[in-house]
Design a protein around this ligand. Structure first.
Ligand code: ATP
Ligand code: MG
Length: 444
């Protein structure tokens, strides 16, 4: 891709309406454009990142055996009346009437709809567990949409739902998601800590929020620092290992402010290990038993001939919020340098040729190099404008490709000035460049 032909509307300065770095950067490099309060269009650069995040989320759902479906954005009010949430949900729900005067709504979440789909066809315990997910736009008429796509009114979410025969099996499903979330966020190069959380309007009694640390986050957290050393790596997917994993995490105090208890915190965590800080919620998992299956009559036949309501959980990841969350975690705003994790970078490599009016040789070299890299599935952006080198580098630093190659007069066509953001420049050959990037890509 050549920057002159791309739709990347870069602004000279940070837009004054943006208060946090992710919002500033996303507007500055034209990743998104606001269309009305809390509602955004996704332009090519932002869209590419979001789609890559979505794909990683999808792969990790598939890995634990969750099946992908797609439910509509518009739902009927009937099922929400059955669960009792039509009234409870309040003003965050966008209510719509169709031409027949039927009450519809733009889905803020999908527990009711997925329960209806389930109850229509699953009748026996033999079909359990059922794990279903979709990745779809949601609408919540947030009272204070802010920070760009971090707290939008329309946002993109992965939501999954589990249906099980009893508590024991349901906890197994819950724990699969617990592990899967640790892996998902790790692939996005984020450290997301599961914190015991309140269940809020979704209801139920067991819940974890996955939170990444950031000063601009809206969640207040209280934790034992040692929890950051843990990971889910190497945990096999079976009941006992997953219970062990949960125990490993739960030995350390880690809660959001709704669950905070000062005395407990001070008793459980020694002073040097205490951490009180802020974070961004990127995922949330809930177990709520028969809260929806009971009022909505979602039951299955049990082995002995009796029937029982299925036990359910739900599991969300804020796919669009993650774009902002990664920026909050990775953008060095002092030096104005973004480095996307290679797994979600809009372009793997930025090529910056020094171009002067009567000499197009560096641009030719850049084009040849791009062709070589493209053959190896390495995605490239070339700054083919005739701006000076330092302003091109500044621009590419904001776009945030993890690697940059500068092509000047001295480049002989065999060796290139290659640099990974934040590291030293090296003079290396195309094949070495390909080797470095491909190896890094394969790690994911
Ligand atoms: P919050 O406390 O941030 O309002 P929530 O508890 O309402 O989140 P859930 O209903 O669990 O969120 O939704 C799942 C995920 O969707 C959240 O973990 C978050 O990452 C994302 N999310 C929720 N609300 C928004 C929003 N208004 N804009 C962008 N992402 C959101
Ligand atoms: Mg909310």
């Amino acid at each position: 891709m050549h920057i002159s032909k791309s739709f990347i509307p870069i602004l000279k300065n940070n837009p004054s309406e943006a208060k946090i770095k992710s919002h500033q950067l996303m507007l500055r490099v034209g990743m998104i454009k606001q269309s009305s309060a809390g509602i955004y269009s996704w332009l090519p650069l932002g869209f590419k990142v979001m789609k890559k995040i979505e794909q990683i989320v999808r792969e990790e759902q598939n890995r634990i055996g969750v099946q992908e479906i797609l439910m509509p954005t518009i739902q009927s009010s009937e099922i929400w009346k059955e669960s009792g949430r039509y009234e409870d949900y309040g003003e965050e729900m966008l209510r719509i009437k169709d031409r027949q005067g039927r009450e519809m709504l733009y889905g803020p979440t999908n527990e009711e709809l997925v329960t209806e789909i389930f109850r229509a066809s699953v009748k026996s315990y033999k079909s359990l567990p059922q794990l279903l997910y979709h990745i779809q736009w949601k609408f919540r008429d947030e009272i204070r949409p802010r920070f760009g796509i971090m707290r939008g009114r329309e946002f993109y979410m992965k939501d999954a739902y589990s249906f099980d025969i009893n508590d024991d099996e349901a906890f197994f499903s819950y724990n699969k998601f617990f592990l899967s979330y640790l892996k998902t966020f790790k692939r996005l190069d984020l450290t997301a800590i599961p914190m015991a959380a309140d269940t809020g309007p979704i209801g139920g009694n067991l819940s974890h929020e996955f939170i990444i640390l950031a000063d601009t986050g809206e969640s207040k957290i209280f934790t034992d620092k040692r929890i950051f050393e843990l990971s889910g790596d190497g945990t096999p997917i079976n009941k006992d290992s997953l219970i062990e994993l949960r125990k490993k995490y739960e030995q350390f105090y880690a809660v959001t402010d709704e669950k905070f208890n000062k005395e407990e915190f001070e008793n459980k965590v020694t002073e040097e290990n205490r951490l009180i800080t802020k974070g961004i919620e990127v995922g949330h998992i809930f177990y709520f038993g028969d809260k929806y299956s009971k009022p909505m009559g979602a039951s299955v036949d049990l082995p002995g001939g009796k029937k029982d309501f299925v036990k359910m959980g739900s599991y969300g990841i804020g796919v669009s919020r993650l774009v902002g969350a990664i920026i909050e975690a990775k953008f060095d705003d002092k030096n104005e340098v973004m480095k996307w994790p290679l797994s979600v970078a809009p372009y793997d490599v930025a090529i910056i040729p020094m171009i002067n009016k009567n000499d197009s040789s560096s641009l030719e070299k850049a084009n040849n190099l791009m062709a070589e890299l493209n053959k190896q599935n390495i995605d490239v952006i070339i700054d083919d404008t005739d701006e000076n080198l330092s302003s091109k580098i500044k621009k590419m630093n904001l776009i945030g490709s993890p690697y940059q190659i500068i092509i000047g007069k001295k480049s002989d066509g065999n060796l290139f000035e290659f640099k990974e953001i934040g590291k030293e420049t090296q003079n290396i050959s195309v094949s070495d460049i390909i080797k470095i990037i491909s190896e890094e890509k394969n790690k994911n």
